[in-house]
Design a protein around this ligand. Structure first.
Ligand SMILES: CC(C)(COP(=O)(O)OP(=O)(O)OC[C@H]1O[C@@H](n2cnc3c(N)ncnc32)[C@H](O)[C@@H]1OP(=O)(O)O)[C@@H](O)C(=O)NCCC(=O)NCCS
Length: 210
């Protein structure tokens, strides 16, 4: 069953997120930060669509879509004190976390491929990239991967966005595997997001014209 996440899922969500994406910034801040700050915020936020896959009463996967990612970053920044403490606690075991956190605070540069048809469409009413919903996180417990759950969560989320009149969604895959996974589901590469020395592919899913 795929359903929207509720508060009682928070512990499972924090665990799946930190186990599946250990190198991303939020998990590097610690599971406690995800459990006590991040997920309580996104579960109740109207700015997010958080889906979970439940099998036999156990949450085995999650998909988090954010309608306005700048707004989410501002919401995260309301927890400045906890963020600061989390960074300080981690600094001895993860000495690059300070620069990683700092980079996240700076506005990213977006480099799009100017030959893309997307740029043409953006002149014709397509919202700017920063105004599009973002597919923020997708994670499935290792024992449940390659069974179609990631695909199911992604397609369900995209169809809910479309019902809510969102015609496009962007994703910034964290790995080559994720990149080819998104490509199979219809996302297209449109450029790169650059934060300091880090670059991530920028992909878009656009509703087909009928
Ligand atoms: C990416 C992820 C969510 C996919 O979930 P999933 O439930 O396994 O996805 P599905 O079963 O629907 O589809 C898996 C597809 O990914 C491909 N895949 C899985 N592992 C792969 C690997 N190591 N290398 C290449 N492709 C791989 C499979 O070939 C499969 O494609 P296919 O259906 O054409 O065979 C899951 O692997 C995961 O949680 N990874 C860690 C977190 C992560 O990277 N999230 C993405 C963040 S942007």
């Amino acid at each position: 069953m795929i359903r929207e996440a509720v508060k009682s899922d928070i512990e499972a969500l924090a665990r799946i997120h930190s186990d599946s994406l250990p190198h991303s910034l939020l998990p590097r801040l610690g599971e406690e930060f995800l459990k006590n700050k991040f997920y309580p915020m996104v579960v109740t936020s109207e700015n997010t669509l958080l889906l979970v896959k439940e099998l036999g009463g156990k949450v085995v996967g999650l998909a988090l879509f954010v309608y306005d990612s700048r707004c989410l970053e501002k919401e995260i920044m309301k927890h400045k004190a906890s963020l600061g403490i989390a960074v300080i606690k981690r600094i001895f075991s993860d000495h690059r976390i300070f620069s990683a956190a700092f980079r996240r605070l700076c506005s990213p540069k977006i480099r799009t491929d100017k030959t893309e048809e997307f740029i043409e469409s953006s002149k014709n009413q397509m919202p700017a990239i920063s105004e599009m919903p973002e597919f923020y996180t997708l994670a499935v417990l290792p024992d449940f991967r390659n069974k179609g759950i990631g695909t199911e969560l992604t397609l369900k989320g995209l169809s809910i966005l479309q019902k809510n009149d969102e015609s496009a969604c962007i994703a910034k895959p964290a790995s080559h595997i994720a990149c080819s996974f998104f490509q199979k589901l219809g996302f297209r590469n449109i450029g790169r997001e650059i934060r300091g020395p880090n670059e991530r592919p920028l992909m878009i899913f656009k509703k087909e014209k009928v």
